[in-house]
Design a protein around this ligand. Structure first.
Ligand code: GSH
Length: 203
């Protein structure tokens, strides 16, 4: 498998999960501005949507959309604890978490990255994001992870939380969420994924 990624973007979450599962993979860095890949291709020919993450399978299929990639990866290793088995009620709960992270945190963060959006408008998005972080802080007050044990949703939530300093948002305002970020961030898979991404050369 090949994971097309850009450092410290949402593609970090499947990268963490690949390492957690011990699956063999190749990392291919993408320049999100030029859309060139480190191995010399136009990334839009690989993912016509033009954004990471994209996972090329050994049979040539390309899978996109973080929540789909995360669940696909977990399903490659039967009996692993990163995702409940497909078809169970708990799997639906996982999808509930992944959709929340995707739309309410990841999607809601996108305007905050945009230099063309004025501060007064960004303030509206910030307030909305704060409500979602309040919810997560309450939820994580008495549990270590989003579900039972570390799972794919935690890899995704950790990843989007790493963007908060870029928006000058101090996670310390949410103590349980802050402790959660440190807990997940100390995992060997997370440390090695971040180090591996940093060690790649710009395209
Ligand atoms: N819906 C996609 C969104 C992916 C996405 O937002 N990718 C960002 C990085 S976090 C990106 O590559 N943006 C570059 C662009 O849109 O040109 C998913 O959930 O995987």
């Amino acid at each position: 498998m090949k994971l097309y990624f850009a450092p410290m973007t949402c593609s970090l979450s499947p990268h963490i999960v690949l390492r957690e599962l011990g699956l063999p993979f190749e990392l291919i860095r993408v320049d999100n501005h030029t859309k060139r890949t480190a191995d010399g291709h136009d990334f839009r020919e690989i993912n016509p949507k033009g954004y990471v993450a994209a996972l090329r399978l050994d049979n040539g299929e390309v899978l996109t959309e973080g929540p789909a990639i995360l669940q696909f990866l977990a399903d490659q290793v039967p009996g692993n604890t990163l995702a409940p088995a497909a078809g169970t009620w708990e799997r639906i709960r996982l999808q509930e978490h992944l959709n929340f992270i995707s739309s309410e945190i990841h999607g809601a963060s996108a305007p905050l990255f945009n230099p063309d959006i004025v501060q007064s408008v960004k303030a509206v998005f910030r307030q909305r994001l704060f409500k979602r972080l309040d919810y997560l802080n309450r939820r994580l007050a008495d549990q270590d992870f989003l579900m039972t044990g570390f799972g794919v949703a935690d890899a995704y939530l950790f990843t989007v939380l790493t963007w908060l300093p870029t928006f000058n948002i101090d996670i310390a305002q949410w103590p349980a969420l802050s402790a959660y970020q440190q807990r997940v961030g100390a995992r060997p898979s997370v440390l090695s994924a971040i180090a591996a991404e940093a060690a790649t050369l710009p395209v």
